[in-house]
Design a protein around this ligand. Structure first.
Ligand SMILES: *[C@@H]1O[C@H](CO)[C@@H](O)[C@H](O)[C@H]1NC(C)=O
Ligand SMILES: *[C@@H]1O[C@H](CO)[C@@H](O)[C@H](O)[C@H]1NC(C)=O
Ligand SMILES: *[C@@H]1O[C@H](CO)[C@@H](O)[C@H](O)[C@H]1NC(C)=O
Ligand SMILES: *[C@@H]1O[C@H](CO)[C@@H](O)[C@H](O)[C@H]1NC(C)=O
Length: 965
C-alpha cells in the first residue's frame, strides 16, 4: 500500500515528467519553430502540438529506436520568417535542410551546438548578415554546410578551418568578400568547395594539394588575382576545376596534367598567357574544356585529339593561330566547339561534318577555303545533328553549297561577313528548324528564292549587304515567326509586298538602300510589334501608311525616297486617295477629268492655272495662280480700346490696380454701360450655351444692345494678365462681316469674361440638325453660309490667327442668314499650345479634328482649320453630322462622301430635304472642295483664300440662281 502510494505519488510523476521531457522536447521545439514562421501553403499542417511524437510529421524523420528526431528536411516549402531557436531543442538532429524557402534574418550561431548535426543546408533563402564567427567553433561532426544563394556578406570566418570533418562547403552566390581563410587547406576531408559568385579577392594560397580528397572546386566569378596554385595537380581525384571569370594570370601550371580524372576544366575569363599546353592531351577524362577569353597564343596542340570523351571545347577569344588539327576527328564525342575570335587560318576541316557536333562556331578568324575545295563550304556528310553553324567573319569564298538543306537540324546558320558569291540555294527552304539565317555582308547575287517560305521556324532573316536582285517573294509570309527581316543594301526591286503585313511578329525591318518602288501597302499598319522599319533610300512612292507605328516613324527611316510623300517626309501628296478628286465647276465641259477648260462667266483662266486637283494631274491647289484678294483691315480695328473699372464705369486709371475686389473691364468699342451688375452678367437664366472654353450668357447693355458674355472655365490654364490682355486685344482687332466681333473683356485673376457681339439666330448646328424639317436651309442659303464661313476664316488666317475649334455649334447665323464664325483663337489664351489640351478641351467635337492632332511629329498649323472647314462644308451640303451613330455602326461623314464620290453616287449624299432642288454644277464641286479641304495631309489642303476664290468660281451665274429660286 505504501509502496503503491509512493509509486503513484512520487515516482510516477517523475517518470512521466522524464518521459514527457524527452519526447515533448522534440514536439515542443518543432512547434516553437513552426510558430515563428509563416507557412502560406500550410505545408506543416500535420504538425500538431497535441501529438505525442513528431515522427509522422511531414519533413521529420526519427531514429527508429530512440524515436528522437534526427532529420528535418523542409526544402521548397515556401516557408518564411526567421529560423527560430526552437530547433535548438532537437538534441539528436543530424540533418537540417531548409533549402529553397524564404527564410530571412541572420544565421543562428548556436545551431552547431546540436552536437550531432552533420548536415546544414540553408541554401536558396534570403539570409543576410555575415556568417557568425562562432558558428564553426563547435562543429564536431559537421560534414556538410551550404549557405549558397543567400544574401550573406562579410568574410568567411577563419574558424571554418576548425571543422576538420567537413567534406562539403558551399557558400556560392552570396556577397562574401575578403580573402580566403588562411587555414582553408587544413580541411583535409574536403571533397567539394564551392565559393563561386562572391566578391572574394586576393591570391589563392598554396597548399591546396593537402586536399587529397577534393573532387570539385568552384571559384568562378570572384576577384581572385595571382596565379593558379602550382600544386593544384596534387588534388589527384579532382573532377571539376572552375576558376573562370577571375583576374588570374600567368601560365597554366604544369601540375595540371596530373588531373587525369578531371572531367571539367573551366578557366575562361581570366588573363592566362602562354600557349595551350601540349600536355592537355593527358587529361583523358576531360569532357569540358573552357579556356575562352584569355590571352593564350600558339597553336591548338595536336594532342587535343587524345581527348576522346571531350564534349565541349571553348577556346574563343584568345590569340590562337594555325588551323584546327585533323587529329580532332578523333574527338568523336565532341558536341560543341567554339574557337571564334582567334587568329586561326586554313580550311574548314571535314571532320566538322563527320562527328556528332551540334554547335560549331568558327566566326571571327581567317579561315578560308583552299583551292582544292572550290565548291565552297563543303558539306561532306549530311548531318541532322548540327544545330548551330557560325562561320561568320572569316574569309570563306565560293558558293553556299546547293545542298545546304541537308543540314536539316540547323537552328542557326551564320556565314555573314565572308566572301561568298553565287546565289542563295533554294534548298534553304528545307531548313525547317532554322531560326536565324544570316548571309549578310557577302557577294551573293540572284534573287531571294521563293522556297524561303519553307523555313517556317525562321525568326531572323539577315540578307543585307549583298548584291541580291529581284522582288521579295510573297512566300515569305509563311515564315510567320519572323521578328527581324533585314534586307538592306542590296539591289532588290519591285513593290514591298502586302504579304509582309501578315508577318505580325515583325519587330525589326530594314529594307533601306535597295530599289523598292511603288507605294507602301497600307496593311503594314497591321504590324503592331514594329520597333523599327527602315525603308530609306529606295524609290518608293505615294504616302506612308497612316496610323500605328507609322505615326511615329523616324524621318531618317523614310528619307531618300524622292517620290514618297506625306507629313513625315514633309512633302505633300498629290492626293491622299487613290482616285483623284477633280474639282470641275463646269461639269458640262468635255473634259475626261484630269484637266479642263474653265471659261466660266467673266473669269477666264488657263488650264494650268486652274483647279485641277488630283493625283493624275499632279496639280495641287498650291500652284493655282489666283490673285489673292487684298483684304484691308477695317479702320475700326485701329480704334484704341477704352479702359474701365468694372464697378463704376470710371476710367481704369483712377482705381487702385492692386485691389482684388476690382476687376479690369476693357471695351474695344468704348461702350461699357451694363444694365446690371457683375452678378447679373452671369445670370443662369440668360445662359446661352456651354463650350470647351466656357459658359456663354446673354446680357443687355444700357443702350439696349445685347451682348454675349463668355465666362472662361479654363482659368487655371490661362496665361498671366499681360499675356491674356495681349492676346485678347489681338482678337479684338479682328473685325469681319463673317466673324463674331469680340467687343471687350473683363479680367480678374480668378474670373475672365469675354464680351461678344450677340448674334440672334442661333448656331449653324441648330439650323442643320435641330430645327423642324420644314425649316430646312435652301441650297442658296447653304452655299452662302459656306462662302461666308470661308471668307471669315480667310480673314482670320490673314490676321495670323488660327481658329483651332471649328464646329457647327461655333458658327452663328444672324438675322439676314449670314454666317458668323465665333470662338476663334481662344487656344492662344492657354499658356502653351498643348496638343492634349487642344484635342481634348477644344477640338473635342468629334469629326472636326484634323488628323495631325493625333500625330506628334506633325506641326499644327492653320491648315487644321481648313480640315474643320472641309468637314463643315460636307455637313452643310449633306445635312449630316460629321460622325453619325447608327444602331450598330458609326458613319464618318468624310469617308461616306468620299466613297460615294468614288462610286459616282455623290448626288445621293446631298441633303434629301432639298429634294433635288440644287444645281449639280455647284453642289458636286462644293462636295469635292470639302473633301480636298478635309485631306489627311495638311499640305494637301488649300489655303482659305484659295477656297474663297474657288467658291466664287463655282458659284453659278446669276441666271442659274434665278432659275432655282
Ligand atoms: C523578414 O521578412 C519579414 C516579412 O516576411 C519582414 O517583416 C522582416 O522585417 C524580415 N526581416 C529581416 C531581417 O529582413
Ligand atoms: C552549391 O549550391 C548551389 C545552390 O543550391 C548549387 O546550385 C550548386 O550546385 C552547389 N555547388 C556544388 C558544388 O554542389
Ligand atoms: C494574309 O494571310 C491571309 C490568310 O492566310 C490571306 O487570306 C491574305 O491574303 C494574306 N494577306 C496578304 C496581304 O497576302
Ligand atoms: C473621254 O473618255 C471617253 C472614254 O472614257 C473617250 O471615248 C473620249 O474620247 C474621251 N474624251 C476626251 C475629250 O478625251
Amino acid at each position: 500500500m505504501l509502496l503503491k502510494f509512493l509509486f503513484l505519488a512520487v515516482l510516477a510523476p517523475l517518470l512521466l515528467v522524464q518521459c514527457l521531457d524527452s519526447i515533448n522536447d522534440d514536439v515542443l521545439g518543432l512547434i516553437v519553430f513552426k510558430a515563428g514562421l509563416q507557412d502560406p501553403e500550410s505545408k506543416l499542417s500535420s504538425w500538431n502540438e497535441d501529438d505525442d511524437s513528431p515522427c509522422n510529421w511531414v519533413g521529420v524523420k526519427c531514429d527508429p529506436n530512440t524515436h528522437r528526431v534526427t532529420e528535418l528536411v523542409l526544402d521548397g516549402f515556401s516557408l518564411s520568417g526567421h529560423i527560430g531557436r526552437g530547433l535548438l531543442r532537437l538534441q539528436f538532429l543530424q540533418v537540417l535542410s531548409l533549402a529553397n524557402n524564404k527564410f530571412n534574418g541572420t544565421i543562428n550561431p548556436d545551431l552547431p551546438r546540436l552536437g550531432g548535426l552533420q548536415v546544414i543546408d540553408l541554401s536558396e533563402n534570403s539570409l543576410s548578415g555575415s556568417i557568425p564567427d562562432g558558428f564553426f567553433q563547435q562543429c564536431g561532426s559537421l560534414r556538410s554546410v551550404s549557405f549558397a544563394r543567400n544574401d550573406l556578406t562579410g568574410m568567411i570566418p577563419d574558424s571554418l578551418s576548425f571543422c576538420v570533418a567537413l567534406s562539403v562547403v558551399n557558400f556560392s552566390s552570396n556577397g562574401l568578400s575578403g580573402e580566403l581563410p588562411s587555414g582553408l587547406w587544413y580541411l583535409r576531408g574536403l571533397q567539394s568547395l564551392d565559393l563561386s559568385y562572391n566578391l572574394l579577392e586576393g591570391e589563392i594560397p598554396e597548399g591546396i594539394a593537402n586536399l587529397y580528397a577534393l573532387r570539385a572546386i568552384n571559384m568562378r566569378r570572384n576577384r581572385f588575382t595571382g596565379q593558379l596554385p602550382v600544386d593544384i595537380g596534387g588534388c589527384q581525384v579532382l573532377e571539376l576545376l572552375d576558376f573562370s571569370e577571375n583576374s588570374l594570370s600567368g601560365g597554366l601550371p604544369e601540375s595540371l596534367q596530373r588531373l587525369s580524372s578531371c572531367a571539367t576544366v573551366r578557366l575562361g575569363g581570366n588573363s592566362f598567357t602562354g600557349e595551350v599546353p601540349g600536355w592537355i592531351g593527358e587529361l583523358t577524362s576531360l569532357e569540358s574544356l573552357d579556356l575562352s577569353v584569355n590571352r593564350l597564343s600558339g597553336r591548338i596542340p595536336v594532342s587535343i585529339g587524345n581527348l576522346n570523351v571531350l564534349k565541349e571545347l571553348n577556346l574563343s577569344m584568345n590569340q590562337i593561330t594555325g588551323g584546327l588539327p585533323e587529329s580532332m576527328a578523333n574527338c568523336v564525342n565532341l558536341m560543341a566547339i567554339d574557337v571564334s575570335r582567334n587568329r586561326l587560318t586554313g580550311n574548314l576541316p571535314s571532320w566538322i561534318f563527320k562527328t556528332g557536333l551540334k554547335s560549331v562556331s568558327l566566326s571571327g578568324n581567317n579561315l578560308d577555303e583552299s583551292t582544292e575545295h572550290p565548291s565552297g563550304v563543303s558539306l561532306a556528310v549530311s548531318l541532322q545533328s548540327l544545330q548551330v553553324l557560325d562561320l561568320s567573319s572569316n574569309v570563306f569564298s565560293g558558293e553556299i553549297p546547293s545542298d545546304v538543306g541537308v543540314l536539316s537540324g540547323l537552328h542557326l546558320f551564320n556565314v555573314s561577313s565572308n566572301q561568298l558569291f553565287g546565289s542563295i540555294p533554294p534548298s534553304v527552304g528545307e531548313l525547317t528548324m532554322i531560326q536565324a539565317l544570316d548571309l549578310s555582308d557577302n557577294r551573293l547575287t540572284g534573287s531571294i528564292p521563293s522556297e524561303i517560305g519553307g523555313a517556317v521556324a525562321l525568326k531572323e532573316l539577315r540578307l543585307g549587304m549583298n548584291f541580291l536582285t529581284g522582288k521579295i517573294p510573297t512566300q515569305i509570309q509563311k515564315c510567320s515567326s519572323l521578328t527581324s527581316l533585314i534586307l538592306s543594301r542590296n539591289n532588290l526591286s519591285g513593290p514591298i509586298p502586302a504579304a509582309i503585313a501578315n508577318l505580325t511578329n515583325l519587330k525589326y525591318v530594314d529594307f533601306s538602300f535597295n530599289r523598292f518602288s511603288e507605294s507602301l501597302p497600307k496593311e503594314l499598319t497591321n504590324l503592331s510589334h514594329l520597333l523599327s522599319f527602315n525603308i530609306s533610300h529606295n524609290n518608293l512612292k505615294g504616302d506612308l501608311p497612316l496610323g500605328g507605328f507609322f505615326n511615329t516613324i523616324f524621318p531618317s527611316s523614310v528619307s531618300g525616297n524622292p517620290s514618297l510623300c506625306g507629313a513625315i517626309v514633309n512633302r505633300s501628296c498629290p492626293s491622299v486617295h487613290q482616285k483623284p478628286i477633280v474639282l470641275n465647276p463646269n461639269s458640262s465641259g468635255s473634259s475626261n477629268g484630269t484637266a479642263f477648260n474653265l471659261h466660266h462667266r467673266k473669269i477666264a483662266l488657263s488650264i494650268s492655272a486652274l483647279i485641277a486637283i488630283g493625283a493624275a494631274a499632279c496639280i495641287t491647289l498650291g500652284v493655282v495662280a489666283v490673285t489673292l484678294l487684298n483684304i484691308h483691315a477695317r479702320s475700326s480695328m485701329a480704334r484704341s480700346p477704352a479702359a474701365f473699372t468694372f464697378s463704376g464705369g470710371e476710367d481704369f486709371s483712377c482705381s487702385p490696380t492692386n485691389d482684388p475686389n476690382y476687376g479690369k473691364l476693357v471695351m474695344f468699342s468704348g461702350d461699357a454701360d451694363f444694365v446690371a451688375g457683375a452678378q447679373a452678367l452671369l445670370n443662369k437664366d440668360s445662359e446661352l450655351g456651354r463650350g470647351g472654353f466656357g459658359v456663354v450668357y446673354r446680357t443687355v447693355l444700357r443702350d439696349g444692345r445685347s451682348v454675349a458674355i463668355k465666362k472662361l472655365t479654363v482659368s487655371s490654364l490661362i496665361k498671366s494678365q499681360d499675356e491674356f490682355e495681349k492676346e485678347v486685344k489681338k482678337l479684338g482687332e479682328v473685325r469681319h462681316h463673317n466673324l463674331v466681333t469680340l467687343e471687350g473683356y473683363y479680367w480678374t485673376p480668378s474670373l475672365q469674361l469675354l464680351i461678344y457681339e450677340y448674334v440672334s439666330s442661333g448656331s449653324l448646328y441648330k439650323h442643320l440638325h435641330d430645327g423642324p424639317d420644314k425649316n430646312y436651309l435652301s441650297w442658296r442659303h447653304r452655299f452662302n453660309i459656306i462662302l461666308g464661313m470661308a471668307r471669315g476664316l480667310a480673314h482670320l488666317h490673314h490676321m495670323n490667327i488660327t481658329h483651332y475649334n471649328l464646329k457647327s455649334t461655333n458658327i452663328l447665323i444672324d438675322d439676314s442668314g449670314e454666317p458668323k464664325v465665333g470662338d476663334f483663337g481662344l487656344a492662344k489664351l492657354l499658356p502653351t499650345l498643348d496638343r492634349c489640351i487642344l484635342s481634348s478641351k477644344i477640338q473635342s467635337a468629334l469629326g472636326y479634328m484634323a488628323p495631325e492632332f493625333a500625330c506628334r511629329t506633325v506641326k499644327i498649323t492653320e491648315k487644321c482649320d481648313v480640315y474643320g472647314f472641309g468637314v463643315l462644308v460636307l455637313e452643310v451640303v449633306t445635312g449630316k453630322r460629321p460622325v453619325e451613330y447608327m444602331e450598330d455602326d458609326v458613319v464618318v461623314l468624310c469617308d461616306m462622301v468620299r466613297g460615294a464620290l468614288e462610286d459616282g453616287r455623290v448626288e445621293e449624299c446631298i441633303d434629301g430635304r432639298l429634294q433635288g432642288n440644287f444645281p449639280a454644277d455647284e453642289a458636286i464641286p462644293v462636295v469635292k472642295l470639302g473633301l480636298i479641304c478635309a485631306s489627311q495631309v495638311p499640305s494637301n489642303r488649300p489655303d482659305m483664300e484659295e477656297v474663297v476664290n474657288i467658291l466664287e468660281l463655282i458659284q453659278c451665274p446669276a441666271e442659274g440662281q434665278e432659275e432655282l429660286e
